[in-house]
Write a protein that binds this ligand. Structure first.
Ligand SMILES: [Fe+2]
Ligand SMILES: [Fe+2]
Length: 145
C-alpha cells in the first residue's frame, strides 16, 4: 500500500475532490481534516470534551469565512458566473454551523456527529455541483500569462 492510499484511508478527503487549483484544493482538504477531527473526538470511547468540540466548531466556522471569501473573490475577479447562487449556498452552510454553536447543540454527541456527517456530505456535493462551475474561469484568471 502506498503512502497516499494509507492517508486516504485515514482521512475522508480524497483525490476525486481535486479541482486542480492548489489554493482552493488546500482549503478544501483543510475542511475535511477539520470534519475528521471533530467526528473522531465524537466517536471516541472517552467522554467527549464539550469545550474542545465547541472550540473545533468555532474554528470550522472561522475557516468557513476565510474559504468562502477566497472563492467569492476569485469568482468576482475572474468574471465567472453563478456568484449569487454560490454565495447563497455558502451562507446556508455558515448559518447551519453558527446556529448549532449558538444553540449549544455541541453538548449532545449524537447531534455533533449528525451535523458533521451532514456538512461533510453537503461539502462534497457543493464542490462537485457548485465549485466546479467556476473552474475554467478561475483557472484562466489565475494562470493566464
Ligand atoms: Fe463554494
Ligand atoms: Fe469550496
Amino acid at each position: 500500500m502506498t503512502l497516499s492510499n494509507t492517508k486516504e484511508k485515514m482521512n475522508s478527503w480524497n483525490s476525486s475532490l481535486l479541482l486542480n487549483i492548489p489554493i482552493i484544493d488546500k482549503q478544501h482538504e483543510k475542511f475535511f481534516s477539520m470534519f475528521d477531527e471533530i467526528s473522531h473526538i465524537n466517536s471516541d470511547t472517552i467522554i467527549a470534551d464539550k469545550a474542545q468540540v465547541e472550540r473545533l466548531l468555532k474554528e470550522l466556522s472561522l475557516y468557513t469565512i476565510y474559504h468562502f471569501k477566497t472563492e467569492e473573490l476569485l469568482i468576482e475577479r475572474s468574471g465567472a458566473t453563478n456568484l449569487k447562487p454560490h454565495q447563497e449556498q455558502h451562507s446556508i452552510f455558515k448559518q447551519k454551523i453558527d446556529k448549532f454553536i449558538n444553540d449549544q447543540s455541541y453538548e449532545d454527541k449524537e447531534l455533533v456527529n449528525e451535523l458533521v456527517v451532514f456538512l461533510r456530505n453537503w461539502f462534497v456535493m457543493h464542490i462537485n455541483g457548485m465549485d466546479i462551475t467556476y473552474l475554467n474561469d478561475v483557472k484562466r484568471y489565475l494562470y493566464k500569462d
